[in-house]
Ligand binder design. Structure first.
Ligand code: AGP
Length: 606
């Protein structure tokens, strides 16, 4: 969603800000802008379009070595130049970029209007610029503190002041900001991808923290103006990991990276000796582990579907009652938080607002939360009591692939770990370890069949509606398959349990409605094949994602075979062809695969 960049140093700020914004484009946005200070005067350039339009419109004389920039994902008001950030105070002295939502913007706008301020945008952010400008405080830091004290909601913000041309003041509450420390220059961004090409020495602002950045460094402080001494840490992520390289799309680059990324999440975590998974980051000793009576997984979108898959693994292997729920629903239903439940928050970005707020709600009520998170140092990772980092590397495409596979592997590790302090035998543990070790090579085998899957996908791309079906272990796979397909092909795709077909959806089956069926070789295989016959009898076109040993008899269907693993781990591999089906259908339709319409990579607003 929205992105922030800022720079202060010795270089020309505008090109750096524009490059930074281009780096944040993958997060999803619809308008953009920058502000640069030169000789105490702010110049602002905004567009209701893309960063390339901003770049094209950059005047020759736009010099200045301090500035802020923003990509906006519209919440209050349409994507127009007037609503794009930076927003300015009426006298033009203060410029502000802001991520998040100001809940009381309506009343603040009314108050400002009553005081004679002319508001020039529909946004919530504009009030911030006016509030900072109207503060009587001497310093920019105190003026920002004054403004923020009036605000309810979430923010990551960067403020420029013509009167203090050496500094940018930052504030964070619920929306990330990272400071990158360079050589006599300082970079700021809401996402590491815009920083690592300049420096790997970073500080993640804490929630509730403020900072002043200048060319010579930074200071951080609390709301009460108490300095918080923060030491920069080195990030391992190389700038090249964020680049597209020779690939046509990030999504393809990322699904092809899965054999290596799957190795990374398993590395150092498989303990043959005890047939278990070593997960020190959970911060659970054996006694605390055994005391867990339930597991509740929370996440959003695909992370929730993988969470459902993970909950099944936990229930099956550890025999602990487990279920998954969308974090966006969980947090609003006044959930009962129980001290013997282990809450598991799952997120690629670690910044999804609904998941973060659900974690905070659990913690507020005394619950214990661990995270399965990809982005190191992200808000969710930091809010949890412990967790398992997914080590998938940066994921840029909106449609998540390698991070989801690593989430599923993370759940398998968690299930093994929980199982082995209960009734899962050492032999069973070792069986699963062998299965997990085979996963990277088996993903490689699936990827080698990309051309065949692509031709099946082309056949599906003409449909206006599809079903994805599966049952028990196959159902979350079907849900994720439908999700991936609709995200990038814009084609209606709906997941059902195959067992539920006869209770309604069968009425829709006919020659224009294809079904993608997940049919693992498991105890339900005959029942699943039975459902396929019912579809075929009604001329429904079929794609069957299955295992080589499964006999489909005379059924007319396109078949995609996936290598067989242990029964509990099969869903991890069955999900991979779903990514390729979605990708190649969207490719055939000519869609913008990495930036699907209306979607953002990281959903940082509720
Ligand atoms: C995945 O393809 C989707 N883009 C989306 O559903 C995503 O999984 C969801 O928004 C959660 O994101 P997170 O993993 O970063 O929390």
């Amino acid at each position: 969603m929205c992105g922030i960049v800022a720079y202060v140093g010795k270089q020309d700020a505008a090109p750096l800000l524009l490059d930074g914004l281009a780096q944040l484009e993958y997060r999803g946005y619809d308008s953009a802008g920058i502000a640069v200070l030169n000789a105490g005067h702010a110049k602002v350039l905004r567009t209701g379009g893309r960063v390339r339009e901003l770049r094209a419109a950059l005047p020759k004389r736009f010099a200045g070595s301090i500035g802020i920039g923003h990509t906006r994902w519209a919440t209050h008001g349409p994507a127009t130049e007037a609503n794009a950030h930076p927003h300015r105070s009426s006298d033009g002295r203060i410029s502000v970029v802001h991520n998040g939502i100001i809940d009381n913007a309506g009343s603040l706008r009314a108050e400002l209007a009553a005081a004679g301020v002319t508001l020039t945008s529909d946004t919530d952010t504009e009030v911030l610029a006016h509030l900072v400008a109207r503060s009587t405080a001497e310093t920019l830091e105190d003026a920002v503190l004054d403004a923020v004290s009036r605000i309810e909601g979430t923010y990551g913000l960067a403020v420029l002041d013509e009167r203090h041309p050496d500094r940018i003041v930052l504030a964070r509450s619920g929306s990330p900001l990272i400071i990158g420390v360079g050589n006599r220059e300082t970079h700021v961004a809401s996402d590491l991808s815009a920083i690592v090409r300049h420096t790997t020495s970073v500080v993640h602002l804490e929630d509730g923290e403020f900072a002043t950045v200048t060319a010579s460094g930074f200071t951080t402080f609390t709301r009460d103006r108490v300095n918080t001494s923060r030491t920069p840490t080195e990030v391992a992520e190389a700038a090249g990991n964020f680049e597209l390289g020779a690939h046509q799309h990030y999504m393809r680059k990322e699904f092809l990276e899965q054999p290596a990324s799957a190795q990374s999440v398993l590395r150092g975590r498989l303990e043959d000796r005890f047939g278990t998974a070593r997960l020190d980051g959970l911060n659970l000793d054996a006694r605390a582990n055994r005391a867990i009576r339930r597991v509740k997984v929370i996440g959003c979108g695909s992370a929730y579907y993988v969470g459902q898959l993970g909950a099944q693994m936990i229930e099956e292997l550890a025999r602990i009652p487990a279920d998954a729920e969308p974090a966006s629903e969980f947090r609003y239903r006044n959930p009962i938080i129980d001290s013997t439940t282990l809450y598991v928050a799952v997120s690629q970005s670690g910044e999804t607002a609904d998941t973060l707020f659900a974690v905070e709600e659990i913690k507020r009520k005394g619950g214990q939360v661990v995270g399965l998170v990809n982005v190191v140092g992200s808000s969710i990772a930091r809010a949890c009591d412990g967790g398992v980092y997914l080590h998938a590397g940066p994921e840029i495409a909106v449609a998540s692939t390698k991070a989801l596979t690593n989430m599923a592997l993370g759940f398998a590790l968690l299930a093994l770990n929980l199982g082995r302090v209960r009734d899962l035998s050492i032999a069973e543990g070792r069986r699963l370890i062998e299965g997990l070790r085979a996963v990277p090579e088996q993903i490689e085998q699936i990827l080698r069949t990309e051309d065949e899957i692509a031709s099946v996908a082309k056949g599906l791309s003409g449909a206006s509606s599809l079903f994805f079906i599966g049952r028990v272990r196959g159902y979350p796979v079907a849900r994720e398959g439908a999700q991936k397909f609709k995200e990038i092909s814009y084609c209606h795709a709906e997941a059902y349990q195959s067992s539920e077909l006869k209770h309604g959806p069968l009425a829709l089956i006919g020659e224009s409605l294809p079904t993608v069926a997940v049919v693992p070789q498991d105890e339900l295989v005959q029942r699943n094949v039975g459902a396929l016959h019912e579809i075929a009898a009604r001329n429904g076109p079929l794609v069957v994602v299955t295992h080589p040993g499964v006999d489909l008899g005379e059924l007319r269907a396109s078949r995609i075979d996936v290598p067989k693993n242990e029964i509990e781990l099969d869903p991890i591999l069955l999900t991979v062809p779903m990514q390729l089906l979605a990708y190649h259908a969207a490719l055939a339709l000519g869609h913008d695969i990495d930036k699907p319409r209306n979607l953002a990579k990281s959903v940082t607003v509720e």
